[in-house]
Write a protein that binds this ligand. Structure first.
Ligand SMILES: NC(=O)c1ccc[n+]([C@@H]2O[C@H](COP(=O)([O-])OP(=O)(O)OC[C@H]3O[C@@H](n4cnc5c(N)ncnc54)[C@H](O)[C@@H]3O)[C@@H](O)[C@H]2O)c1
Length: 306
């Protein structure tokens, strides 16, 4: 199957919109589905495929016959305390998508999350013990478990079923996410307005920040995965918040020192770092953006927007 007709859920969101635009460039026929609750219509400017305003919880998947579904749609606010709502969007809707794909010969690539590792040991490996700190992370882990229970049926039918545990994604089209946008974007905004960048004491927490272009490449590669399963998608390197501030100072021509504040969270991921060896081997994923290169590219994009 050449996967040339693809439906993307969460298509107006950060990852979804970048994916729509890239697949369009690569001559895929793309159908964009979003409820437009969070995603922004502006994110899809320049996209000229079909756009459907619909809810993944009750969408009639039979409406659009596609080779593959790339499922990005989700409640992505990790602080939401309404478990029922989180599960109805993130998990129940996913179960229906799995059932549909299984019965209708459709490949499926879906977004999981590195949040399932919580404060686990680094580098984080797919099989390590999970540490669930939020309903969001719990809903993503349930997705992975349900997918793993369906792996053999997909395999018998020669279908792809690939989950991607994205790490800390940053880059163009995340702006509308507000407090849920990446720390790189938050720090950049503060510094551009002349404020000292605020980070928790003492800025030495680290994140595997992965640039959106690498995430998009990984997601497209997953359509032709050599093996079904769930894969870490990070850069394979981690950077401290202090390092990010240093890079931003360099690129914004500022000299702002961090303001260190108390961390009010008792459950906080101090470090994330992806072991990407499985994605390298089975997806042929090789990230191209170092943190330095990603920040240069991102700032260029933000400056063009002003
Ligand atoms: N951005 C990251 O750093 C990151 C990290 C790990 C995992 N992820 C996962 O990747 C995926 C994409 O993330 P993102 O950053 O683009 O998030 P996002 O919030 O920007 O996009 C999610 C999109 O889903 C849509 N949506 C929500 N409920 C819906 C519903 N009921 N029906 C249809 N559409 C609905 C929203 O309107 C939004 O446009 C998500 O599944 C997220 O959990 C993202």
């Amino acid at each position: 199957m050449d996967n040339k007709r693809v439906l993307i859920t969460g298509a107006a969101g950060f990852v979804g919109s970048n994916l729509c635009l890239e697949l369009q460039k690569q001559d895929y026929e793309v159908i964009a589905l979003d409820i437009f609750s969070k995603g922004s219509k502006r994110n899809l400017s320049g996209f000229d495929g079909k756009i459907i305003d619909g809810d993944i919880r009750d969408f009639d998947w039979k409406r659009e016959k596609v080779d593959a579904i790339i499922h990005e749609g989700a409640i992505t606010d990790t602080t939401i305390k309404d478990r029922e709502k989180m599960f109805s969007v993130n998990f129940q809707a996913f179960k229906k998508i799995i059932e549909y794909c299984k019965q209708n010969r459709t490949n499926l690539v879906y977004a999981s999350s590195a949040s399932v590792y919580g404060r686990g040991k680094i580098p984080m490996q797919e099989e390590q013990e999970k540490d669930i700190l939020s309903y969001y992370a719990e809903s993503k882990l349930e997705m992975d478990i349900f997918a793993s229970e369906n792996l053999s049926l997909f395999e018998e039918r020669e279908l792809k079923l690939v989950g991607l545990r994205y790490f800390n994604v940053y880059g163009p089209r995340e702006m509308y996410k507000g407090k849920m946008a990446s720390m790189i974007y938050q720090l950049c905004l503060q510094m551009k307005s002349g404020q000292k960048p605020k980070v928790f004491k003492y800025g030495e927490q680290t994140r595997d920040f992965v640039y959106i272009q690498d995430v998009i490449n990984a997601t497209i590669l997953a359509l032709n995965a050599k093996k079904n399963g769930v894969y870490n998608i990070g850069s394979g390197k981690s950077s401290s918040f202090n390092k990010i501030i240093k890079e931003l100072n360099k690129n914004l021509n500022t000299e702002l020192n961090p303001e260190y504040i108390n961390n009010p969270y008792s459950h906080y991921q101090n470090h994330t770092l992806a072991d990407i060896s499985n994605a390298q081997k089975f997806l042929n994923y090789h990230p191209e953006y170092s943190i330095e290169k990603g920040i240069v590219d991102y700032i260029k994009f933000l400056e063009k927007k002003e």
